[in-house]
Design a protein around this ligand. Structure first.
Ligand SMILES: Cc1cc2nc3c(=O)[nH]c(=O)nc-3n(C[C@H](O)[C@H](O)[C@H](O)COP(=O)(O)OP(=O)(O)OC[C@H]3O[C@@H](n4cnc5c(N)ncnc54)[C@H](O)[C@@H]3O)c2cc1C
Length: 374
């Protein structure tokens, strides 16, 4: 029997990522060949295209396993799979012909590009402009920021406006070939961690582009893609959280102070008990989000999971690092790296405040509905 997707992810995280992440970090090298060989580049794409066609509940274990290895690499796989899924499922024949096979096999990498220097949390403030030629073709001009896999990805799903009118009624999503001469990138950002993952500012100068999502549907499609990405991040946070706890339990049962193993000191044991409770809670929220994704209740369920998971993972990484005392600071253990990664997970694909906005809007809607006469 071929390995299941979670088995592939476990083998990749423990056999490839964990032993090599230090050297990828030092050399600032994205592990392109390793990612292509992982078998995890077509997670949500149809089987007819060579994908694994995973359901969201099935994907929880996959992203948890990846989060145990390295959350930034897991994030890059989440983004690539979002693009591969959109192109294989919604691309025109021309787009599919060019990109479906290479994306699913991992020969090509995909990037999702929405954020701009002036438009982060408020995605409706984007200004990258798509103009249509008389023959119907499109060209993109603008500046995108925080382009993960910038310069490394082969194909970019770019969200852009199709008019200079304010608002988002005209927004569309386009497919851009990263090799075109009109695409250029800044030097990679100098980040607190994850040097191996290039993140750039991308300039688009009159670049030919193909429509993936028609004008008017672009913001809705982008938000739907972001909901899946937020769910991935919640599951990745769960993996980071679980691995931090495992490292701390292992250490606390072996390290002795004042004549007994650390875990027999109630102060340490209770701290780890709280980490374990929060892991159970985070997993429950992620599983619920997986079940509701694609329904009306999906966005709020995902917001709960994305709000709680990274916050809990950050608390877990800090507590577990403290259990290791001075050793928590060493790169022999992943905990110092995990603290930086959990901070990143709080921000990517919408900050904790943006998740609170989604949840609060739903609460207000509920309140107003109660006031309406039956
Ligand atoms: C590692 C990494 C990789 C990324 N990769 C990509 C990528 O590949 N593609 C892409 O498109 N984007 C990417 N992003 C961008 C990311 O989605 C944005 O950084 C994020 O949406 C937040 O935008 P901002 O940083 O501009 O913060 P801002 O929007 O400037 O917000 C600053 C702070 O104010 C808070 N805030 C803002 N508005 C409100 C409000 N109304 N109420 C309360 N608080 C508020 C925010 O929560 C935040 O804490 C990446 C980011 C990171 C960190």
């Amino acid at each position: 029997m071929p390995p299941t997707a979670p088995e592939l992810a476990r083998a990749f995280a423990s056999g490839v990522v964990a032993p090599n992440i230090g050297s990828w970090e030092q050399r600032g090298r994205f592990p392109r060949a390793e990612v292509a060989g992982s078998g995890l580049t077509g997670l949500f794409s149809p089987a007819d295209d060579g994908g694994l066609d995973l359901s969201f509940p099935d994907a929880v274990a996959v992203f948890e396993e990846l989060g145990r290895g390295d959350a930034a690499l897991a994030f890059s796989l989440s983004m690539h799979n979002a693009v591969a899924s959109a192109i294989t499922r919604a691309g025109t024949d021309q787009i599919r012909e060019r990109w479906a096979g290479p994306l699913v096999s991992g020969a090509a990498l995909g990037c999702f590009s929405l954020t701009e220097p002036q438009a982060g949390s408020d995605a409706t403030a984007i200004s990258t402009l798509a103009t249509q030629d008389p023959d119907g073709g499109w060209h993109l001009t603008g500046t995108k920021a925080w382009v993960s896999l910038g310069g490394e990805a082969d194909v970019y799903a770019v969200v852009a406006k199709t008019s200079t009118e304010p608002g988002h009624a005209d927004i569309a999503m386009f497919v851009v070939d990263g090799a075109h001469a009109g695409v250029s990138h800044s030097d990679p950002y100098d980040k607190a961690a994850s040097r191996f993952l290039p993140i750039t500012t991308m300039q688009l100068r009159d670049v030919p582009a193909r429509v993936l999502v028609e004008p008017g549907q672009g913001m809705r499609a982008a938000l739907a893609a972001i909901d899946v990405a937020r769910f991935d991040i919640a599951a990745i946070s769960g993996g980071l959280h679980a691995e931090a706890l495992d490292v701390a339990i292992r250490y606390a049962t072996r390290r002795t102070t004042f004549g007994r193993p650390l875990i027999e000191h109630q102060g340490v044991a209770f701290a780890l008990a709280d980490v374990a409770t929060e892991l159970e809670a985070a997993r429950a929220l992620t599983l619920r989000a997986a079940e509701l994704l694609g329904t009306d209740q999906g966005p709020v369920a995902v917001a709960h999971a994305k709000r709680y998971g990274p916050d809990a993972a950050l608390r877990a990484a800090i507590t577990c690092s403290e259990v290791l005392g001075a050793y928590g600071w060493l790169n022999d253990y992943p905990l110092a790296r995990f603290i930086a990664l959990a901070k990143m997970l709080q921000v990517v694909d919408g900050t904790a405040e943006i998740q609170r906005m989604v949840i609060a809007r739903d609460l207000a809607r509920r309140g107003r509905a109660e006031d309406r006469p039956a």
